[in-house]
Structures are given as C-alpha cells and as structure tokens.
Ligand binder design. Structure first.
Ligand code: ADP
Ligand code: MG
Length: 240
C-alpha cells in the first residue's frame, strides 16, 4: 500500500463564535507515527474529526498525498478512525463488527472472510470471533475497534485516545502493540493523547496543542530538551 502524507495548511475551525482551531499548520510524513498531545479541550478530537471528514474547516487546506481533500466526503476519504469510546456494535459478534465495513462496501463474501480472518489473527483475536463486545476485556475491545478500522485498509489511521479507557498496566502493553502493528502496516498514523509519557515513548514526531494553537512540533527528545515556551516545558516535562 502506498504511504501518504497528511498536511494541514492554515486550518481554522469555529463552533459558532468560538474559534477552536487557530491557523493549524502540520505536515505528517508518509508512514509516520505522529502524536498529537494536548490537555483536555485543546482541540485534538476536533482536528482528528476534521481530517476524517466529520468536521468541516472554515479556512485552510487539508492535503492527503498532496491532494486537497477538503471537499471529499468522509466515506470516500480512505481514512480510518478509532474512537475513544470504541463505538462497537453491542449486539454483533466480534466477527460481524470487524466485517461490517466490508459488507457495507459490498465486497465478495470470500474476500470478506479472508480479510476478517487475517486481521483478527493480526490483533490476536482469532479465538474470540464469536463473542460479543460485552464478553471481552477492555484491551480486547480495543483490539476489535482497531481491527474493524484497519480491515478497511485505510491510507491514514486516526486514533483518538485509544488507550484512555484501559488501566495503566494494560495501557503500557497496548501502546507497544499498537506501535508494532503500525510499523508492520506502515500506515501514516495520528495518535491523539493527553498523556505526555504515551506520546514521548511512541511517537516519531509529535505536536503539542493548546487552546487550538500548535505550540511546537518535533521529535519527542527535541520537545523535551528544547521546549519553545513555558507551556510546552511544563506539559512535556510532567511525566505521570
Ligand atoms: P480535546 O479533544 O482536545 O479534548 P475537543 O476537540 O473535543 O478537545 O474540543 C475543543 C473545544 O471545542 C472545547 O472547548 C469543546 O468544548 C469545544 N467543542 C467540541 N465539540 C463541540 C461542538 N460540537 N460544539 C461546540 N463546541 C464544541
Ligand atoms: Mg478529545
């Protein structure tokens, strides 16, 4: 699969009179694992939803692979998003949850079978295909949400605080799983988190967002060693 870049150029978004994203400029390189770090309310989810096509920006350009996709509707963007809440279908089995997007796209059933089986194997859930979400642990539900998204073979993977519902130990384990899966697939990934340590230990590069403004972009070590302002210094420096 082709690795693509994602670029935000002078992006602005308001809810009513409140500007939530203020002149966002970011370039995520093809195949990169990019973390978007910021406190609650800083605009992280709004920016992800905008890239996915669920929010429209008021100004600026959104480029994927160099092409402006601002006018392309969400379902045609080839971008996968994992929500913080997972949003699994409670009445469907793991298998049906993962197959859903492929059925919707009317793929041949043999191909659906093959792709679902291979993705379930990839996330280590082959033995859980017949379970329903409420019969799974939090970590397993998280893997289903991930499987359901990557089975579509998106060019870009957006993860909105995918580990925040898990307890600390599992979070650390899943963080590594997520990263190694991303490395194997090579999908350009934007990982949203409010957890400094999570961003610092996983990201190729990261951006710190505060009040809708990108404060700094760089490798985790650059932000740690050379924070550009007091906010970044305090926020990145506070390991929890
Ligand atoms: P984060 O994900 O970083 O916690 P959000 O992107 O969810 O932040 O929210 C950024 C700001 O936009 C917050 O002040 C939030 O209250 C506001 N906001 C988010 N969604 C909406 C909405 N649908 N309508 C109005 N305001 C919103
Ligand atoms: Mg959020």
């Amino acid at each position: 699969m082709k690795k693509v870049s994602v670029e935000c150029q002078n992006i602005r978004l308001s809810y009513g009179a409140t500007e939530v994203l203020k002149d966002i400029n970011l370039r995520i390189e093809p195949g990169e694992f990019f973390a978007l770090l910021g406190p609650s309310g800083s605009g992280k989810s709004t920016l992800l939803r905008l890239i996915a096509g669920f929010n429209r920006h008021n100004a600026g350009r959104l480029l994927v692979d160099g092409r402006d996709i601002s006018a392309v509707p969400a379902h045609k963007r080839n971008i996968g998003m994992v929500f913080q809440s997972y949003a699994l279908w409670p009445h469907m089995t793991v298998w049906d949850n993962v197959a859903f997007g492929l059925v919707e796209r009317r793929l041949p059933s043999a191909e659906i079978k093959e792709r679902v089986a291979s993705v379930l194997a990839l996330v280590g859930l082959s033995d859980y295909a017949k379970r329903r979400p409420n019969e799974l642990s939090g970590g397993q539900q998280q893997r289903v949400a991930l499987a359901r998204t990557i089975v579509i073979e998106p060019q870009v993977l957006l993860l909105d605080e995918p580990l925040s519902n898990l307890d600390k130990n599992l979070r650390v384990q899943m963080r590594q799983e997520l990263l190694s899966l991303q490395r194997r697939l090579g999908i350009t990934t934007i990982f949203v988190t409010h957890d400094q340590e999570e961003a610092m230990t996983t990201a190729d590069r990261m951006a710190v967002l505060d009040q809708g403004v990108v404060q700094q972009v760089g490798r985790p070590s650059e932000l740690y060693d050379f924070p550009c302002n007091r906010f970044v210094a305090n926020f990145v420096g506070t390991m929890n």
